[in-house]
Design a protein around this ligand. Structure first.
Ligand code: PMT
Length: 210
């Protein structure tokens, strides 16, 4: 059985020196890759830039931008039985990245952003993926309700909902507090290490595959 996992942040270029990104460290996605490898699944990790070591026995594709992540997923998802989208993909990218460093001239600078492609949202309709589809929801309010909407709109089998307004959970820390949400069930997990949460998600996958 083969699992595709997206992880980490994306970087959207402004000019050769600057980019738009977010606080994702990749820890959640890499913990998932490690847990999946250890439970006997074949893993392809598609990751934005992180400081982490790639877990052993994983196939790995390094990407930078949301568009690069989209293209890597588009190319490989058809070969996979499970896809887990834990990456914090930029929702907007800079429309016209400068080829030269932007000089400090005016008092204010307006950057026009345009929407990136929704990679998870493309899995069912555009990539025709029929395997087990797991998304994440990073929310600061109405955690469960917003996550449930994402579950339905994006055609997921499971959404892992985490509250990113907490200091001890979510972005760039070792722990995460999450809900596992399906169309019929909702399980609130305690604050766990990302390794333990990854294990819980992997166990959910194994149960669904068996
Ligand atoms: O990397 P860490 O520091 O360990 O932090 C972990 C995490 C907080 C990044 C992770 O647990 C998490 O919540 N990942 C999802 C972050 C996110 O972008 O959530 P979202 O609610 O904005 O997006 C919903 C889903 O759509 C996610 O599965 C996301 O990967 C996917 N998405 C979003 C936008 C886009 N253009 N393409 C996507 O595939």
């Amino acid at each position: 059985m083969k699992v595709l996992i997206t992880a980490g942040p994306t970087r959207e270029a402004i000019d050769p020196a600057r980019f738009i990104s977010n606080y994702s460290s990749g820890k959640m996605g890499y913990a998932l890759a490690d847990a999946c490898v250890h439970s006997g699944l074949e893993v392809l990790l598609i990751s934005g830039p992180t400081q982490l070591e790639v877990p052993i026995n994983c196939d790995y594709i390094a990407v930078e931008s949301a568009q690069e992540m989209y293209e890597a997923v588009e190319q490989h998802i058809v070969d996979c039985d499970v896809a887990i989208f834990s990456a914090a993909v930029a929702d907007y990218t800079y429309k016209t990245p400068a080829t030269q460093k932007i000089k400090k001239k005016e008092d204010s600078l307006v950057l026009e952003l345009e929407k990136t492609k929704d990679i998870l949202g493309s899995a069912r309709n555009t990539f025709n993926f029929t395997g087990l589809l797991i998304g994440f929801a990073a929310e600061t309010e109405k955690l469960v309700a917003n996550a449930r909407t994402k579950l339905e709109i994006k055609g997921c089998d499971l959404i892992v909902a985490n509250d990113i307004s907490r200091k001890d959970s979510g972005f760039n820390v070792d722990n995460n507090q999450a809900y596992l949400i399906t169309s019929k069930t909702e399980q609130e997990l305690p604050l766990l290490s990302k390794k333990a949460l990854a294990l819980a998600i992997t166990q959910w996958i194994k149960k669904r595959l068996s």
